[in-house]
Design a protein around this ligand. Structure first.
Ligand code: PHE
Length: 362
């Protein structure tokens, strides 16, 4: 049986939906919102869907006409939905085209992982070789007593290296005398410190920062040295030569030639400087033309690399060793200089500017 007010309900429903759907759909700002609003009319629980479920209750003579009106309205809602969705898509595309560009063909950006500084790398390489030969690693303070830096190493009081102009004295420390305090000018202080607290036999290497009032393309007021020394009974110059030759060949090239020149350091006797064949023109290969043109060794095929010698008996006396019983050798090198030679770096400042463009090449 048809209910008389079903017609009324149905017509009212159609009128209400017709008056509201268009604005509601057009107000949607994105696709999910549009679909939600659309569902309120034509979804499974939608207002129009509910009306259509009333159809069987309509009187037979009105059912066809009201059904057609409801279907037409459903069609209109669908058309409006399509138009609004199309607009939303077009606006999104326009925003992509006019907004900041995204080029998916560009290579990705790699993260910049940190890496070791060239001086740290050289220090590690040098230590690896010397530790494999049996040397222990020791450390010492950069702020040092004058006497450990000079007096106990046998520097005479008027030695030029002790000149205030070559040294940074610590303000507030004693201005002069054995107990004045300074930034160490050499890692040879470690000889004094380690020998004073240990008995031979000992073999020690010690890398670290040192300070001098120097500043040009090859000198920096702070730089790095590495000290090595060995004390035992019956140590000879031959062992010093053997250790340094093997060390330089492992570090640079197994073919490098090594030569020793007499030189003076107060804490060694005899003292020497070590040259090795130039690693830039590969002087050992004997290509005269290449060596003549070499700017690093200036054509002579050699470069100065470190200082060395047999530890002076006076140093042994100063640390309480019997100079009649013990002999030993010592050597010292600039780690900056070795890094510059090994990596072909022309100016020491590059090592301390911390420019990532430079450092990332190593
Ligand atoms: N300490 C010396 C310097 O700074 C280098 C050196 C070390 C020389 C050990 C001989 C032996 O110049």
């Amino acid at each position: 049986m048809a209910e008389p007010d079903a017609v009324q309900t149905f017509e009212d429903g159609l009128t209400k939906i017709r008056g509201a759907y268009e604005q509601a759909l057009r107000d949607a700002t994105d696709e999910p919102e549009l679909r939600l609003v659309n569902g309120r009319y034509v979804g499974p629980q939608g207002e129009l869907t509910k009306l259509l479920k009333l159809m069987p209750k309509l009187p037979g003579d009105r059912r066809r006409e009201l059904g057609q009106r409801a279907n037409a309205l459903k069609q209109e809602i669908q058309t409006t939905f399509d138009v609004v969705l199309d607009g939303i898509h077009r606006r999104a595309r326009d925003a992509e085209l006019t907004g900041p560009s995204l080029d998916v063909t560009l290579p990705g950006r790699w993260p910049m992982p940190g890496r070791l500084h060239p001086i740290t790398r050289i220090r590690n390489e040098v230590l690896e070789i010397l530790v494999s030969l049996g040397f222990d690693v020791a450390d010492g303070p950069e702020i040092e007593l004058y006497e450990n830096c000079f007096d106990k190493l046998g520097f005479p009081p008027d030695h030029p290296a002790t000149d205030e102009h070559d040294t940074f004295f610590i303000e507030g420390g004693k201005p002069s005398g054995p107990h004045s305090v300074l930034l160490r000018t050499q890692t040879s202080t470690i000889q004094v410190r380690e020998m004073s607290r240990r008995e031979p036999p000992l073999a020690i290497v010690s890398p670290g920062a040192v300070y001098r009032r120097d500043d040009d393309a090859t000198h920096s007021p702070m730089f790095f040295q590495l000290e090595g020394f060995l004390v035992d009974t019956d140590v000879t110059f031959a062992e010093l030569k053997g250790v340094l030759t093997l060390f330089l060949r492992r570090l640079f090239d197994e073919h490098v030639a090594v030569r020793f020149r007499a030189s003076y350091f107060p804490f060694v006797e005899p003292g020497g400087e070590v040259d090795m064949s130039c690693v830039f023109c590969r002087a050992w290969e004997g290509d005269k033309e290449r060596t003549t043109a070499c700017r690093v060794c200036k054509g002579n095929g050699w470069m100065e690399i470190l200082g060395c010698g047999m530890i002076h008996p006076v140093v042994f006396e100063n640390v309480g060793y019997d100079p009649e019983k013990y002999t030993g050798f010592a050597f010292g090198m600039g780690l900056d200089r070795i890094a510059m030679l090994k990596y072909g770096i022309p100016n020491i400042k590059l090592l301390y500017d911390n420019d990532v463009r430079f450092l990332s090449q190593f």
